[in-house]
Design a protein around this ligand. Structure first.
Ligand code: URA
Length: 259
């Protein structure tokens, strides 16, 4: 590896940090919608820094490696790396890393912002009331949770569901990009304003762009309301239902040109 400073990359990183910091000025408006029913969380023993830096022994089975990833060792290996990741401080406070669930050959990937309490406790994304709403709405439109892939930008829960810090996003987004490289989906669906802003790297008015297609990492990104926000603002339920129906239509028609 060259030890020369890559000024282009440095400038890009600085611009990114500036944007994320700016974004946080208006980042909380929807945060009342975030918490779901809190489940008691097993306290994680905080390891010493040297303990945290130790790689997980290769023969220690991780409960995040799922049977459906059989035959995709690179997927299981990435899940293990995410599980062992200590690139930011969240690795020390979370109970479980939440890698994601679903079909490693999925054509459609859902991306939320970060695990909540239920997800942290179970290691599975979108399992609380919001997750149930998403699962039900997909099923109504002929899409099973098992045939898609569901994950978050951050793999570890920020304590008390606080907004992700810029450095946490910078540390964790590469995991998402690696996931997408392996999954090779046809479509992405970003859930909620926070996730969409983080993916697009600029502020958005979610009520203006919901139901539309944007682009992330050269992939079509469908903008959808967050199911948790919809639970807190039931007047938006019909919009959420319309979003999922439109997404399912594009997904079902993917061999005919999709989005
Ligand atoms: N909200 C998210 O954004 N992600 C989850 O996994 C659960 C709730």
């Amino acid at each position: 590896m060259s030890d020369k400073l890559d000024l282009g990359a440095l400038a890009e990183a600085r611009q990114y940090v500036r944007w994320v910091k700016r974004m946080r000025l208006t980042y909380r408006v929807e945060s009342a919608a975030k918490p779901e029913v809190e489940v008691p969380i097993k306290q994680t023993k905080v390891e010493s820094v040297t303990e945290m830096a130790k790689p997980r022994a290769a023969n220690v089975p991780s409960k995040i490696v799922k049977p459906e990833w059989e035959g995709r060792p690179e997927f299981a290996a990435l899940a293990q790396r995410v599980d062992a990741c200590r690139k930011c401080a969240l690795g020390a406070t979370r109970t479980n890393a939440v890698f994601g669930v679903g079909d490693p050959n999925a054509d459609l990937v859902f991306i939320g912002e970060a695990p909540g309490a239920n997800e942290d406790a179970s290691g599975v994304p979108f399992v609380g009331n919001a997750g149930n709403l998403l699962t039900r709405e997909l099923a109504k439109n002929g899409v099973s949770r098992d045939e898609v892939f569901i994950c978050n930008i951050l793999k570890c829960r920020p304590p008390n569901n606080r907004d992700p810090l810029p450095e946490e996003i910078m540390a964790c987004e590469p995991h998402l990009l690696e996931q997408l490289k392996l999954l090779k989906p046809k479509f992405l669906c970003g859930l909620g304003r926070h996730a969409i802003q983080t993916l697009l790297k600029h502020e958005v008015k979610i009520m203006k762009i919901r139901g539309q297609w944007e682009t992330y990492n050269n992939l079509p990104l469908f903008v959808c309301l967050h199911p948790a926000a919809v639970l807190h603002q039931p007047q938006n339920r019909a919009l959420f239902e319309a979003d999922i129906a439109a997404l399912a239509k594009a997904y079902h028609g993917r061999d005919r040109g999709g989005a």
